[in-house]
Write a protein that binds this ligand. Structure first.
Ligand code: HEM
Length: 187
């Protein structure tokens, strides 16, 4: 797992749940003394152990923790990888190209890295379908991350459907539209 995600997970826990939580989480995960840098790659098993320990320490369910983290992490990632965001992008066009974005970022660090398979298709005005498949079983991040992307582009999002599949796969339908606050500022 890319250090941009693991190190962000620490910052997310520090900022939303207090700095003591991380100490408990790394200890429970059997990783005491480990530090995580955004520029390195870490075994997927460490992220999984940290997630499980964070569930225990916070009392939150995996789905809720990942959804909240997914929303939180978008702003730091967008700042970190700003150069990869086309200047004329909106939420839908950014999301439709998400697979390439993930692959470019991962292959920069490790040509053999396996990006999550996240296929995003337009299926009507402002409507997108998202298909997720990854051995990491972190699809619960998606509703949060799409919300984070909508917020970044001053848009509003509604989750219209979500359906779990086998082996951690998942399918979602979202509606995106310009936020009414942003639209009022343009008038
Ligand atoms: C600028 C925006 C984004 C950047 C830079 C980014 C970057 C990354 C990186 C580096 C990873 C680690 C992958 C690995 O090490 O294997 C990751 C994981 C992930 N990202 Fe993104 N991401 C972005 C936006 C999104 C969005 C919008 C979504 C959802 C629609 C998303 C969903 C996920 C998921 C679910 C994972 C967990 C890995 C997995 O399930 O296999 N990301 N992302």
């Amino acid at each position: 797992m890319h250090g941009a995600i693991v190190s962000s997970f620490k910052r997310y826990l520090d900022m939303s749940l207090g700095e003591d939580i991380w100490r408990i989480v790394v200890a429970d995960a059997g990783l005491t003394g480990k530090t995580y840098m955004p520029v390195s790659i870490y075994p997927d098993e460490e992220m999984e152990a940290l997630l499980k320990a964070a569930e225990q320490a916070t009392g939150l369910r995996r789905e809720n923790l990942l959804e909240d983290f997914g929303e939180w992490v978008i702003a730091p990632l967008m700042h970190l990888y700003r150069a990869m965001i086309p200047p004329d992008a909106d939420a839908v066009s950014f999301l439709v190209n998400l697979q390439q974005t993930h692959e470019r970022i991962l292959k920069l660090k490790d040509p053999s890295a396996q990006a999550p398979r996240i296929t995003v298709k337009r299926c009507g005005k402002g409507l997108i379908e998202v298909f997720y498949a990854s051995s990491r079983n972190m699809g619960a991040m998606i509703p949060g991350a799409v919300k984070g992307i909508a917020g970044w582009f001053h848009e509003e999002v509604t989750l219209l459907a979500s359906e779990p599949g086998e082996n951690g796969q998942a399918h979602f339908v979202f509606q995106l539209k310009a936020s009414e606050v942003a639209a009022r500022q343009v008038v």
